[in-house]
Write a protein that binds this ligand. Structure first.
Ligand code: UDP
Ligand code: MG
Length: 317
């Protein structure tokens, strides 16, 4: 019997876990030809999430969990999941039921037809503000234009991945991760299915705009060096304009004996150039910071406890 792993990163999700677990058991009940594993990654929750998961694991052998030593963020939590799933295929799903588990049989169907990566594209996003929709749209457009790998628009992490995709993803050990880009980067046979994204079942979103902006910068910086190229081009452009301006100034002074234009124009030019320089430095800094964190070679995450069936591995005291 083939085994399907359901990978669920969870951070402070005590309100929705019961609903999620009920729907997952129903899914397993309706698909008897497959064995299921429900792998929860507890990403340093500060509420009762871990206790609830432990209760499930006690009475249900399909439930396994990884308890991370602190909150590492969803991207790293997913990586911990890739390292620990045991199934022939893995479905990544949010704990908050924004991704309907009822779509999973469809994904399995396409997987059986030979697709390696069946991803769910959302056609509606109820319960999200227009600003979030607008900004995420803009971000995808920019990313698409600057990177040369096709990144799927309006697609989250909700997808089924074949074992060979998981093995490929496990080899990517970057610490500042943009997993959505990695799914595209690894390639393999992709299949798109569509669904309506529901609002959160309960609890509150763990994202705020600062986190989203950071993820957006991570996404761009980790997949393209285009910003460096843009600052080079901007440098050329500004230098050229400055050169033309100098010639005009010399000409005016020598031919028309025009006194030098005063303080305001000088100030404008200095401030503008200062701004451009700081921006370019910032762009270079982003890449250097990345080199710095990657060269440290730290482990991506630390595990406090891993529970799989009857087997429990705890970090030693
Ligand atoms: N999540 C996580 N670690 C974090 C933040 C979020 O594991 O630091 C999990 C969270 O429990 C949920 C999923 O990532 O299962 C998506 O989070 P959320 O619903 O808050 O994001 P949104 O749907 O608003 O983008
Ligand atoms: Mg959500």
């Amino acid at each position: 019997m083939k085994k399907i792993s359901i990978l669920i990163p969870a951070y402070n999700e005590q309100e929705v876990l019961d609903k999620l677990y009920a729907r997952l058991t129903k899914l397993a009940h309706n698909n008897k030809f497959y064995e299921f594993e429900f792998l929860f990654i507890n990403d340093g929750s500060r509420d009762r999430t871990l206790e609830i998961i432990k209760e499930y694991a006690k009475k249900d052998r399909r439930v396994s969990y990884v308890n991370l030593s602190r909150n590492f963020g969803k991207e790293v939590a997913m990586c911990a999941g890739f390292d620990h799933v045991t199934g022939d295929a893995t479905v990544i799903i949010d704990a908050d039921l924004q991704d309907p588990p009822e779509l999973i049989p469809d994904m399995i169907k396409y997987w059986e037809k030979g697709y390696d990566d069946v991803y769910a594209k959302r056609v509606s996003r109820d319960g999200e503000t227009w600003f979030k929709k607008f900004s995420s749209n803009l971000f995808y457009r920019i990313l698409q234009k600057t990177t040369h790998i096709p990144i799927q628009i309006d697609t989250g992490d909700f997808r089924l991945l074949d074992r060979r995709c998981i093995e490929a993803l496990k080899q990517i050990r970057e610490s500042q991760r943009y997993t959505k880009g990695m799914f595209s980067w690894i390639g393999f046979n992709k299949k798109e299915i569509t669904y309506n994204r529901d609002p959160r079942a309960a609890g509150t979103t763990k994202w705020n705009y600062m986190k989203l902006i950071n993820l957006a910068i991570d996404g761009i910086v980790s997949f393209t060096t285009a910003p460096l190229r843009i600052s080079t081009i901007a440098g050329f452009l500004v230098s050229f304009i400055a050169f033309v301006f100098i010639i005009i100034l010399i000409f005016k002074t020598l031919v028309f004996h025009d006194p030098v234009a005063g303080y305001p124009s000088l100030m404008a030019v200095i401030l503008f150039l200062g701004g451009v320089q700081l921006l370019s430095l910032g762009v270079i800094g982003e890449y250097i910071a990345r080199i710095f964190t990657e060269t440290k070679g730290r482990p991506l995450y630390l595990i406090e406890e891993y529970h799989n069936g009857s087997d429990v591995k705890k970090a030693r005291r």
